[in-house]
Design a protein around this ligand. Sequence first.
Ligand SMILES: [Cu+2]
Length: 126
Amino acid sequence: MFKKTWLMMTLAAIMLVLAACGSGNNAEETGSAVEEPATAASEIVIKASNWEFDQAEYKIKKGEATKISVETKSGIHGILIEDLGVKIQSGDAEVVTINEPGTYTFFCNIQCGAGHSKMKSTIVVE
Ligand SMILES: [Cu+2]
């Protein structure tokens, strides 16, 4: 855990340096793509542990901006909703609006150990 945090901070520092060097005259645009979680109409929380998600399905209303939060109770996990191209690490959240009803399977996208391949759940949009 500690090592990982250190690595992330180092990477962040490197990115900052690179960004500072390469920004040139479009520095103004930095940060324009940041998500605004406050605009979500509803929220679901996906709790991950070793080695499962707390629910077999999570429900979202179609067309409604929904904040998806990922929390970790044990281990280090994240989710990847392949069909939507959405990736969220534990401790993070993302606001998504899904207009197409259906069942979207997602997986843990971090090699978290022996039960990793069993970490699978679904988001049902209706
Ligand atoms: Cu995993």
